[in-house]
Design a protein around this ligand. Structure first.
Ligand SMILES: Cc1cc2nc3c(=O)[nH]c(=O)nc-3n(C[C@H](O)[C@H](O)[C@H](O)COP(=O)(O)OP(=O)(O)OC[C@H]3O[C@@H](n4cnc5c(N)ncnc54)[C@H](O)[C@@H]3O)c2cc1C
Length: 396
């Protein structure tokens, strides 16, 4: 079956914008550029659309973070998720079933109390919930592992394949070209400007090249001689057989550094991060991680004991030292645009597509995207977001 939206025509020799990477970031941006009237947009991928982390993630979406920068950006993205199915004319299965950050200890509950207070200051609608309320929201949890939590009622999840298909089809309808199996092997520059790219299918000229290469983003930037201070980490997730509905909201489990949700098809999708994230650029799944995730999810939700795991995969993410995305132009090289450093790049894609498209078309960086510049990292101004459910020392 052909992959939705892919182009059958030959690769042209010139485009206005070349996007490297057909993950959700690259596809959302292609759609937004085409929607703004750009007719010469090409998305190139060394594999097929969604082969990267965009087709391998936990699908969770929230905007309840602890810094104005994250809240502003992910709030805009959440708003966009709500309208996406109608706009793309494709059901991306966005399900605002709630997002519960669960505390299993008194110390974690204190953290949640702090998160909820911060959310109030930042105008994000969450509420601190008691153990009884958390169990009402997610009755499958083991009561002895529940102390309470913080709940965002309008968070939730979508389906990653549906979101990829929706954006790919809509971008193609508007004239963007999506070329799979086209690896970018070099970036051509001259006197501080981008001239184009070399690919396994020939040379293309383009004044604007966007690095949306996910786990490969640092390597792609290096092709242009630009160093971005990110590191590549490997994450794993599992999918169970389909189960009768038992879990409504998405869960972030502070105690086990885990997350999960039950899809509309009944599968539980989830994962746990190791105490130290695995710095690696490969897609190998490990028995260690499978066992870790299974044991922790069963401990949190005993009814999962004996349930079969039907899929298990790994994906890579490129994360900056402060775990925030790296977006926008690069001072020393005109025409290079970064759309990388994505840890929560599934949730964030609708906003980044829109904001980066605006910035490419107008030449002005929208205020919501401006804080995420490469310059912040170079100049030692990291964004200190404290409510990520990962081991934030891992990339320190
Ligand atoms: C297990 C796991 C769970 C996750 N859970 C969540 C979650 O719940 N919520 C959330 O928001 N995020 C989550 N993420 C992160 C999220 O998936 C990523 O941040 C997001 O998918 C990044 O999208 P992207 O388009 O930037 O990158 P990708 O989807 O990785 O796409 C990059 C593309 O670039 C291509 N590429 C690379 N180099 C080249 C080259 N030289 N030439 C051409 N093409 C190239 C690759 O083939 C790939 O298709 C998770 C990730 C993983 C792995």
């Amino acid at each position: 079956m052909p992959v939705p939206g892919v182009t059958r025509d030959p690769l042209r020799r010139a485009y206005e914008v070349v996007i490297v990477g057909a993950g959700l970031q690259g596809l959302a941006l292609a759609y937004e550029l085409a929607k703004r009237g750009l007719r010469d947009v090409a998305v190139l991928d060394r594999g097929y659309p969604g082969v990267g982390a965009s087709g391998r993630n936990g699908e969770l979406i929230r905007s309840a973070f602890g810094t104005p920068e994250w809240v502003g950006f992910f709030g805009a993205s959440l708003a966009r998720w709500r309208e996406l199915s109608a706009e793309l004319d494709f059901n991306v299965l966005f399900t605002p079933a709630g997002y519960l950050v669960l505390a299993s200890t008194d110390e974690e509950l204190e953290r949640c109390r702090g998160y909820a207070a911060r959310h109030r200051e930042l105008g994000v609608a969450t509420r601190l919930v008691t153990a009884a309320e958390a169990l009402e929201l997610a009755p499958a949890l083991a009561p002895e592992r529940v102390r309470g939590g913080v709940y965002q009622a309008d968070g939730g999840f979508a389906h990653h394949d549906a979101a990829l298909s929706g954006y790919a089809r809509a971008a193609a309808r508007l004239g963007a070209e999506l070329h799979p199996f086209t690896e970018v092997t070099a970036i051509r520059t001259s006197t501080g400007r981008i001239e184009g790219v070399e690919t396994t299918r020939g040379t293309i000229s383009a004044p604007v090249v966007v690095d949306a290469a996910g786990g490969g983003a640092r390597a792609v930037a290096a092709l242009a001689g630009v160093e971005i201070p990110t590191r590549t980490f490997r994450l794993e997730a599992i999918v169970t057989e389909s189960l009768a509905p038992f879990l409504r909201p998405g869960l972030a489990l502070l105690n086990v550094l885990g997350y999960c949700h039950q899809t509309t098809r009944g599968e539980l999708v989830g994962g746990t991060d190791q105490r130290r994230m695995d710095e690696a650029d490969c897609l190998r799944c490990t028995l260690r991680n499978l066992r870790d995730t299974a044991q922790k999810l069963v401990a949190m939700m005993p009814r999962l004991a004996g349930v079969r795991v039907v899929r298990h995969w790994a994906g890579t993410v490129d994360v900056a030292t402060d775990f925030a995305p790296v977006l926008g132009p690069v001072d020393e090289l005109e025409g290079l645009v970064l759309d990388c450093g994505w840890l929560y790049g599934f949730a964030g894609a609708p906003a980044s597509g829109l904001l980066l498209a605006d910035s490419i078309v107008t030449g002005r960086i929208p205020p919501l995207a401006a804080p995420f510049s490469l310059a912040r990292l170079r100049e030692g101004r990291p964004i200190r977001e404290s409510s990520l459910v990962v081991d934030t020392e891992a990339a320190g």
